[in-house]
Design a protein around this ligand. Structure first.
Ligand SMILES: [Zn+2]
Ligand SMILES: [Zn+2]
Length: 216
């Protein structure tokens, strides 16, 4: 696997911002949609960076950083400074999973819960997944969502057709953004999954039960 360093790109973005804002001090917050290794593998590059918060990976860490008192039912309003993000706890794929909604752009960063690909859910976590899908649908009913931006693409442009596992190339790849209707479709799929969920294909994503994961 080829790992590219992420820090130079982030430092450049922050430097550019500061240059345009009279070198105002700005804190960098590193938070993840959830604690799987493919998402936080770059954190170590930032451990010695000044003015940086690296949010922990457990539900407790995430709840405490964003001041979520009733995890996973509360939705936190997190003010970056004149720009408020909504932090939506959405456990199921992984216990500390969150989505982030940016009201200014109306974009919903949907992590690994909802993207054009295989949505992996441990079979023993379907209850949490279903509850998260319900809370997400309730949120979307009250907030305008332009598009969902998830963390992976595993679908082709052919409806319902994914690439093989670990495919090295993705010809004719589904675009990343999903329409807000995907939330309702996911909610219905989660609702009808029942006690023994099976692989369930929609045009733009696949609900994909996997065996329970051992606790980290
Ligand atoms: Zn994941
Ligand atoms: Zn992932």
């Amino acid at each position: 696997m080829l790992w590219l360093k992420i820090r130079p790109a982030i430092d450049r973005l922050v430097d550019d911002w500061q240059a345009k804002h009279d070198n105002a001090k700005v804190r960098l917050i590193i938070a993840h949609s959830h604690g799987h290794g493919d998402h936080h593998a770059g954190d170590d590059e930032f451990r010695d960076r000044p003015d940086t918060d690296i949010v922990g990976l457990t539900p407790k860490d995430v709840a405490s950083y964003f001041h979520i008192s009733d995890w996973p039912r509360d939705i936190a309003r997190f003010d970056l400074g004149g720009r408020v993000l909504d932090i939506i706890p959405t456990p199921g794929h992984e216990p500390a999973h969150i989505m982030v909604y940016d009201g200014r752009t109306r974009l919903l960063f949907s992590g690994d819960m909802l993207y054009p690909g295989r949505l992996y859910v441990p079979t023993d976590k379907f209850g949490e997944f279903r509850a998260s899908a319900d809370r997400l649908a309730a949120f979307a009913a009250k907030h305008p969502v332009r598009a969902l931006l998830g963390a992976h693409i595993e679908m082709t442009t052919t409806p319902g057709q994914d690439y093989p596992m670990e495919a090295a190339t993705h010809p004719l790849e589904h675009p990343l953004p999903l329409k807000p209707e995907a939330i309702t479709i996911l909610q219905h799929m989660a609702a009808k999954a029942g006690p023994a969920p099976v692989i369930d294909r929609a045009a733009d994503f696949i609900v994909y039960p996997v065996p329970p994961r051992p606790a980290p």
